[in-house]
Design a binder for this molecule. Structure first.
Ligand code: NDP
Ligand code: MG
Length: 387
């Protein structure tokens, strides 16, 4: 039986790589649903190639174009963000790969879990915003959440066969991004294009900026807390510029397990999609002789303040990670629009985190409200009306 996958965000970096995995393993996987925000041209092309049951485009102004282009295909076409959420109840979906970016991933992920679909989770923001609610729902609905993020996939792979053994701590590796080793004065005038040049990974724009600011690692420690049920003191970060060791687990006997390989997101994507099996692949293999030195450094939280903000948000919990995430999304968009300087990203996020009222046990509606409020406050702080 082929596993029928709904790819939310099929036109993005993770989405297109997931389709490559499907194309290489036609006996194992089928694309059942594909969704995009506004890239109609690529969604149409993907639909013609992969012949999914349904496609949805969130931007309603693009619906007519997609509908017209696919009129001779037996493919259902939907428009609007809510249609993505509604599609999660399709009986024919076996697994949902959440590869949308930011808060937009939350509602469809919740709908998918309520419909008892297993999740391959790339959209880390879902767990950052509402990890308590999402993990509880997954448990109640007997749904598995398989991590796609490379670090979390590494931890998950280290835990194969170890589920009964307690974890002492985990160590998430970070490449350090394009500005590793720089100090605050060096970063005052860095540009959007410099920040978009990641040394090891090619990814969507938002996560690439998050990697440059170390907010990505900040989001990942919170993601790890929820995925592996850890306390903040059990989660460490080490900078490892070569991105070969994808992360490590230390057990209570002191033994450490690491998962290694060349940086290529197709591997964690297919690990999540094929669980519990490993699929043969022809991805390039790692060779120690090409990497005579694997190096490690302490993260510089003085310069890269976003990581410290996320550590604080993780410890405080409640609605603080949700506020931080929303402020970060707006600040990163403003930076990408050249309306905010790089170092101002952390400043604005901190300001918004300090301004909003703390809620210790938020409901889903509280999270929705906090997200909106934090966005509005961040836009005000940035002075941008266009976002
Ligand atoms: P991209 O920006 O490349 O792609 C995002 C996808 O989501 C696109 O298909 C986009 O559609 C769609 N999308 C964006 N906003 C909305 C919205 N409001 N409603 C519906 N669809 C939307 O992102 P990435 O693939 O890089 O990242 C996706 C997620 O995976 C993020 O949460 C990221 O943190 C995580 N991740 C990514 C990694 C990577 O290597 N890229 C690694 C680890 C995690 P359109 O193309 O039409 O705009
Ligand atoms: Mg990662």
């Amino acid at each position: 039986m082929k596993r029928r996958i709904a790819i939310l965000g099929s036109t993005g970096s993770i989405g297109t790589q997931a389709l490559e995995v499907i194309a290489s393993n036609p006996d194992l996987f089928e694309a059942e649903v594909l969704t995009a925000h506004s890239n109609a041209a690529l969604l149409i092309e993907q639909a013609k190639t992969f012949k999914p049951n349904a496609v949805a485009i969130a931007d309603e102004s693009k619906y007519a174009e997609v509908k017209e282009a696919l009129k001779d295909e037996p493919i259902k076409v939907f428009g609007g963000y809510n249609s993505i959420v509604q599609l999660m109840s399709l009986d024919s979906i076996d697994m949902v790969l959440t590869a949308m970016v930011g808060f937009s991933g939350l509602e469809p992920t919740i709908a998918a879990i309520k419909n008892k679909k297993n999740i391959a989770l790339a959209n880390k923001e879902t767990l950052v915003v509402a990890g308590d609610i999402v993990t509880k729902l997954a448990l109640e609905n007997n749904v598995s959440v398989y991590p796609v993020d490379s670090e979390h996939s590494a931890i998950f792979q280290c835990l194969f066969g170890e589920h009964h053994n307690p974890i002492e701590k985990i160590i998430l590796t970070a490449s350090g991004g394009p500005f590793r080793g720089r100090k605050r004065t060096d970063l005052e005038s860095v540009t959007r294009d410099q920040a978009l040049k990641h040394p090891n990974w090619t990814m969507g724009a938002k996560i690439t900026i998050d990697s440059a600011s170390l907010m990505n690692k900040g989001l990942e420690i919170i993601e790890a807390k929820w995925l592996f049920d850890l306390t903040p003191s059990q989660i460490e970060v080490v900078v490892h510029p070569q991105s070969i060791i994808h992360s490590l687990v230390q057990f209570t006997d002191g033994s450490m397990k690491a998962q290694m390989g060349l940086p290529d997101m197709k591997l964690p994507i297919q690990v999540a999609m094929a669980f519990p099996n490993r699929i043969k692949s022809d991805f390039p293999r790692f060779n120690f002789m090409d990497y005579p030195q694997l190096t490690f450094e302490q993260p510089d939280t003085e310069t890269f303040r976003c990581l410290g903000l996320a550590q604080h948000a993780m410890k405080e919990g409640g609605n603080l990670p949700c506020i931080m995430n929303a402020a970060n999304e707006v600040a990163v968009a403003a930076f990408l629009n050249k309306e905010l300087r790089f170092l101002e990203i952390a400043e604005v996020i901190e300001q918004v985190m300090q301004t909003m009222s703390f809620i210790a046990k938020p409901s889903l509606d509280d999270y929705r409200q906090c997200d909106l409020e934090a966005r509005a406050l961040t836009k005000e702080a940035v002075g941008v009306k266009s976002l």
